[in-house]
Each structure stands twice: as C-alpha cells, then as structure tokens.
Design a protein around this ligand. Structure first.
Ligand SMILES: [Zn+2]
Length: 486
C-alpha cells in the first residue's frame, strides 16, 4: 500500500472519531481512473462478462489467422501503392483469401483516383561538406527539372518557423524543416509534427521555395526516410518535396549551423523523377458475416489494403486488415449474430482516402450500427473510446468488463475513427476506437523497414482478442445503435 493512502486512512479514522461531518473536507478527490476511497460511493460493481464472449476472447489469444493473413499479404504481394498494378493484384489476392476463409458476399467495389508514382530520387550536399543524403519523395511531390536542382538551403527549426517566413522570401532556395517527432502512446505527436509533411511543401511553395526537404516524420534514428503524402493547397503550384532520414536531417542541420557560423550557405543537389500518372483504378474489397436482423444495422470494420512502396506494408496496414478479418472470422465460426459484420479492405488510404469516401457514398443509405478501423500497426490495444447514442450507453460497462482482462481501459468518448471510416462517422454512424500503442509505430511507419518481422505475434493476437470481444458484444447487443449527433 502506498504511503499517501495509508496516511489518509489514518487521518480519516481519527477525524471520524472526533467529528463526523468534517470527513468530506479531509477526503482527497478521486483521481481519474483511481478508484474512489471506500465510503459512501464504493467501487462500481463491474458488469458480468457473458461466458460466450469470454470464451471467444480467450480463443482469439491463440488464433493465428491474422498472422497468416499479414504473412501472406507481405510475402505474396508486398508493396501495393495506390492505383498501382500491385494494388490490383492485392485485391485479387484479398478476394481469394477472404473466400477461402469462408466469408460471404466477397466482392470488389471499384473507384478511381489520381495516382502518383515515385521515380529515381537522390540528394547530396555539394558544398561546403560534400556527401550523399538518404531521401524519399513525398506523395504528390512535383519532379525536379532535368538534371535536378542545386540551390542553397533555407533552414527552419519547425513548421511554425516556416509559417513565419514572409511570402516570396524563399525565392531560389530549398526550404529545410527539422521539427523532431517524439514517440507518444496515443500518436498525438503525429498530428502536430506531421504538419511539416502534410502542409510544409504547400507553405514553402507559397513563399517561393523551389523545393523542400523535411526531417522525416518518424521516431527512429536510422537512415530509412519516411515517405507519406503531402497536399498542395488549391492555387499553389506543386514543388519537389522529399523527406530526409532522421540521421541525415540531423547531419544536414549540423552543416547548416556550421555554415551559419562562418557565413557559408549549404548547397543541396536534389533530383526527384516523381510524377502524377492521372486517373487509375482502385477498389474496396468487401466480405461479410451476414446477420439475422437487417434493421439492427451493419457493423463495418476494416483497415486499408494499399501501402506505400518503400516497405511491404506489414504494420501499415497489413496488420489492420488481418486483425479485423481474424476477429470477424471468429464471430462467423461462433454462429449467427443479430447484426451483419462487414469487413472492408479499403483501397487508397495513403494518398487521399478515396476508399473511405467511396464506401460512404455507396452505403450511406444503409443503416449502420458501427464503424471502426485498425490502422496503427500491431502493438497492443491499451484503451478504447466510444461514440455511442444514449440508447446504447448500457453497452459500455459490458465492453469495459470484457476488455479489462486484456489490459484495455475505457478512455471515454474519444473516437477519432481514421481516414477510412471517418466519412461514415461524419454521417452519424456510432464509432469505437481500439487504440493501439504507438510508442514504436513511427519508428518504421512509411519506411523500407515496414516488414513482417516488425510485428510481434503476441501483441497481434491481443489485438484480435480485443476486436473479437468488442464484436461479440456489439453484434448481438439488444440496444439500439442508431445515429449519434457529432
Ligand atoms: Zn495506414
């Protein structure tokens, strides 16, 4: 027992003896997540866990379907960028695998997208400290002119510093932004530090820069650059844009600082033979566990099938389609359920989210009870968040009790959803987040290191168990899972 609690209990007993009504003043407020001290409130009695739910959850902890799916996808297909021939082969592979797993109504819902393709890429400092650098072009980057660009660097320690540079001030320069991302369990640093990638190129272009290189949006220290899409604002002419590996960015930052000391600008040579390809085909792969009560609403879950081209798309997002598929399969084997469970392997999450938009467009008229995705790797689930209508509030204690043995806590009404299910959530579909730990996810996110050996099978199984327990409760929940106000 911790000291603070002991001291408090003794003082309470003493006070109790002296003057009863004083007790409330002495009572320390219950910290969030800290159980209230014994007394009037008392600990909440946990909801009972349906033995069938518990049994399925335990079974999932020993099920290797997810590992088999992600192994197959990364081995037999590998990198599958948006609109590419490989993404097409991945859809065919998915259809065959989902049919083999026993799902119903397995089919592809096609859509098209503006596709981008990486070509030959290189970067090197030419003066004052000549040496090559490791880079990767950002999705939607423009090509450099033939022969590349050789220009002085304009360095910014953060995206905010870039925003402070006057419009036009970067003429004849290559912008260089170095904000460093720190690992966070809830991935919150991705949103803040990622702005350098999401908007940095557009803001640099607005200020006249000929090109931009950024420190990779990653938490590793390696020479593997992290790619990822960037968006140019309407009216802004795209410029060449690339990410340096974290190690190369730190090296270039040192060179710039040395150069500033003796007024010698760092000259960078950049070559990016990256191009927009125009409209290309893509599609969502769909599979179902048919329910018995269509009016109760469809539960749509999934991850994205596409990946970046540098790695084999194991943690991003082979793990996500594998986890949700394995959980749905366990529910399928456990016999019919009230609600249909629809598994979607979304196309094109990485460069525009067209898969999620296409799904919402095609299915908006159909009653949906829930939308949820897995797209943050394969490390353990530690928290869940819910966006449920009041009519379904009574489901939460059952979820809390069923997920607690996996070390998963309820984080309240925290639902971000994700790129693929966001369009359905925006329509008012109830949502749930099963939050995975992101402490090491951004070490290999969008790099050549995104390979199968980065997945810990035990943590992958814990994910399947969390999704299985969640589905086992929601697929047969008697409560009405109707639209929520957002
Ligand atoms: Zn992803």
């Amino acid at each position: 027992m911790k000291l603070s609690a002991l001291a408090l209990t003794t003082s309470l007993l003493l006070a109790g003896a002296a003057t009863a009504q004083q007790a409330p003043l002495l009572r320390k407020p219950a910290l969030p997540g800290k159980p209230p001290l014994p007394g009037k409130q008392g600990a909440e009695t946990p909801a009972p866990v349906d033995p069938a739910v518990a049994a399925l959850r335990e079974r999932a902890l020993h099920d290797d379907t997810a590992l088999e799916v992600v192994t197959g996808l990364t081995t037999e297909i590998g990198p599958r960028p948006d609109g590419s021939e490989a993404e097409g082969r991945a859809r065919d592979w998915a259809v065959a695998r989902l049919k083999a797993l026993g799902f119903a109504h397995v089919h592809v819902e096609p859509f098209t997208l503006p596709a981008w393709q990486r070509g030959a890429e290189s970067a090197a400092v030419v003066a004052p400290y000549a040496q090559p650098l490791h880079i990767a072009g950002l999705g939607n980057s423009a090509p450099t002119p033939p022969g590349g660009l050789t220009l002085p660097i304009a360095w910014f320690a953060s995206f905010n510093d870039l925003l402070l540079a006057p419009v036009g001030s970067l003429q004849g320069k290559i912008a260089f932004v170095t904000n460093a991302m720190q690992p966070t369990q809830d991935a919150s640093s991705y949103g803040s530090e990622g702005r350098a990638r999401f908007m940095g190129p557009s803001e640099a272009a607005r200020r006249g820069a000929a090109a931009i290189v950024i420190r990779s949006i990653g938490t590793d220290h390696s020479r593997a650059p992290h790619t990822g899409a960037t968006d140019f604002a309407p009216g802004v002419t795209p410029i060449p844009a690339a990410a340096l590996s974290v190690s190369d960015a730190e090296n270039l930052e040192r060179m710039v600082k040395l150069g500033q000391a003796d007024n010698r600008p760092v000259m960078l040579h950049l070559e990016l033979d990256d191009h927009q390809l125009g409209t290309r085909p893509s599609g969502n792969v769909i599979a179902e566990v048919p329910g018995t009560d269509p009016a109760a609403g469809v539960i749509v879950i999934g991850g994205h099938l596409d990946s970046w081209d540098l790695g084999t798309g194991a943690i991003d997002d082979g793990a996500g389609v594998a986890i949700t598929t394995a959980a749905a399969r366990l529910l399928m084997q456990a016999g019919p359920h009230r609600r249909t469970i629809r598994v979607v392997w979304f196309g094109d999450e990485e460069t525009g989210g067209f898969g999620g938009q296409a799904y919402a467009k095609a299915h908006a008229g159909e009653p949906h009870a829930l939308a949820a995705e897995s797209d943050l790797g394969a490390d353990r689930v530690w928290r869940f968040g819910t966006a449920f209508p009041d009519s379904a509030a009574t489901v939460i204690p059952r979820l809390t009790a069923a997920l607690a043995p996996l070390g998963v806590v309820h984080g309240g009404k925290l639902v971000d959803g994700g790129t693929d299910v966001e369009p359905m959530l925006a329509l008012g579909t109830p949502g749930i987040d099963l939050n995975q730990s992101a402490l090491r996810y951004f070490d290999v996110h969008h790099t050549a290191e995104d390979t199968l050996d980065r997945i810990d099978p035990d943590q992958l199984r814990q994910n399947v168990a969390a999704w299985t327990a969640m589905l086992a409760i929601l697929a047969d929940a008697p409560e009405a899972l109707v639209a929520v106000k957002r």
